[in-house]
Design a protein around this ligand. Structure first.
Ligand SMILES: *[C@@H]1O[C@H](CO)[C@@H](O)[C@H](O)[C@H]1NC(C)=O
Ligand SMILES: *[C@@H]1O[C@H](CO)[C@@H](O)[C@H](O)[C@H]1NC(C)=O
Ligand SMILES: *[C@@H]1O[C@H](CO)[C@@H](O)[C@H](O)[C@H]1NC(C)=O
Length: 457
């Protein structure tokens, strides 16, 4: 299938003419599919404002479908088996485990979940056979100085509710959608425990976007299923979605979460003390339960998280002008399809006054910058109490970005984003190994010259 071949192209080799053709068809298909979705950040990309550094070769890691899933009834949206990519640790990393939960938005209606069930975010039929391990997953000590020889696992996201849906919510009719996110999480945990994780001495649960939210939802479960004397911590990247109204004052994100929670029966996976006292969908927002998590948590987040700020699809013109000159740009392009979001969803921008600003933060006028700074302030307020948390850590940069841990260029490279001259990798390492407290909050945009800022113009 074209789209499968297309995904294999994303591994950055030199493209032949036929590859360009397949890529174009792939793009058209992607545009077609993605127009159904709420979001597609599935482990996509950091944004760049300058030419990306030359990527070093990445290890490709094979897909394995879960062997415990069948017996536990853990299925992707379409009923296929979930899966993961596993790279075994070695040497001093043999008893250390790092799990990364893939992201990629959520589905909130029968229609959007049905469309999703026909893609790799809802069915293992479309998973790549192998994926590149980069950033926090990389085996290369120069890209991943602290965790390169750990056991590393990328868990694929195919349920549409941050690994937290429950079968009780499934319809008892011919709408054949499986809401088994929680079961997928439990089945794969079981499987990894039996593969040696039950002897872990050190462990980290991480993930980005919807996977960053899943990291927070499942953090204590992860802790509780590992040995008592193991050092277990969680790192949530781009998962701090804010409960703020959009620019017109409508609770777009809140009502979206409300639909996800009700459709997929997510209530049962959410923080108990939160759901007994408030409307369950509110408990999808980390600000409502972060302080109840018993396990140490680190937040990596951009204060101008583009997924949360961005407006609509790029125009057809951007598509035509798009320079297919590198894999990086292609990833970036795919990342622009953030159809709906927190701060400026399409419905809140009928006259397209945010059109330029959504392509490049440098194009935002004073009034728009005020809104963006306001968004940053809301983030600061929301993490205010967490800032006092003794075992917590954070790296909140002022970049126009989203998901910064699984790409080597943002995680750890000579040109990656730094705060106080530390990369995200170094900061997470200092915190995880208790070398020093890490509570890094960047000065407001545009003060940090090391940012990769999104620029599509
Ligand atoms: C199945 O049930 C759901 C919920 O009751 C309903 O919304 C949906 O339309 C039904 N689907 C079909 C095909 O009947
Ligand atoms: C959500 O779950 C909690 C506890 O599991 C329960 O007390 C509450 O009634 C549920 N709320 C809804 C709306 O189902
Ligand atoms: C920043 O860190 C790099 C490498 O870690 C070091 O070479 C450089 O001197 C540091 N710069 C400052 C201003 O501390």
């Amino acid at each position: 299938m074209a789209i499968l071949r297309f995904s294999s192209l994303l591994r950055c080799r030199k493209w032949a003419k036929s590859d360009w053709l397949v890529a174009s068809i792939g793009c058209v298909l992607i545009v077609f599919f993605l127009s159904f979705f709420f979001d597609t950040t599935s482990d996509s990309v950091p944004s760049v404002d300058r030419s990306p550094p030359v990527a070093s070769p990445n290890v490709l890691v094979k897909l394995k479908l879960s062997s415990k899933a069948q017996e536990r009834g853990a299925f992707c949206l379409d009923g296929s088996l979930p899966g993961y990519h596993f790279h075994r640790g070695s040497g001093s990393g043999s008893n250390s485990w790092l799990l990364h939960l893939e992201g990629g938005g959520w589905c909130n209606t029968i229609a959007s979940c049905s469309a999703r069930a026909m893609t790799k975010l809802g069915s293992s039929k479309y998973f790549e056979d192998e994926v590149a391990f980069q950033g926090v997953l990389s085996s290369d000590p120069s890209q991943n100085p602290e965790f390169f020889n750990w056991n590393r696992v990328k868990i694929r996201y195919c349920d549409g509710a941050s690994f937290a849906g429950h079968p009780e919510a499934e319809f008892k009719n011919e709408t054949r959608l499986f809401f088994r996110g929680q079961l997928i999480w439990e089945a794969i945990m079981d499987e990894l425990l039996s593969m040696g994780m039950s002897d872990a001495k050190q462990a980290i649960l991480t993930g980005c976007s919807a996977g960053g939210l899943a990291t927070l939802i499942h953090c204590d479960y992860f802790r509780d299923h590992l040995p008592k004397d193991a050092a277990v911590k969680c790192v949530s990247d781009g998962g701090f979605f804010l409960n703020v109204p959009d620019v017109l004052g409508n609770p777009t994100m809140r009502s979206f979460y409300h639909d996800v929670v009700n459709l997929q029966g997510v209530n049962k996976s959410l923080d108990r003390s939160c759901v007994v006292k408030t409307e369950p969908s509110k408990c999808m927002f980390p600000q409502e339960f972060l302080n109840n998590i018993r396990t140490p948590v680190f937040l990596v987040n951009a204060a101008y998280d583009f997924w949360q700020v961005r407006v609509t699809k790029p125009s057809r013109r951007t598509f035509d002008l798009f320079p297919f000159d590198s894999c990086m740009m292609l990833y970036l392009y795919i990342a622009t399809f953030q159809i709906q979001n927190v701060l400026v969803p399409a419905s809140a921008d009928p006259d397209r006054s945010w059109a330029k600003c959504r392509l490049n933060i440098k194009e935002c006028d004073a009034a728009q910058m005020k809104v963006l700074h306001g968004f940053r302030s809301s983030l600061m307020d929301a993490i205010g109490k967490f800032h006092q948390n003794k075992v917590g850590g954070m790296f909140i940069d002022s970049c126009f970005s989203h998901c910064q841990t699984f790409m080597s260029m943002t995680w750890h490279s000579p040109t990656s984003t730094r705060i106080e001259n530390k990369t995200i990798a170094e900061s997470v390492g200092d915190w995880y190994f208790n070398r020093k407290p890490v509570k890094l909050i960047d000065c407001p945009y545009p003060c940090n010259p090391s940012c990769y800022n999104l620029n599509f113009t």
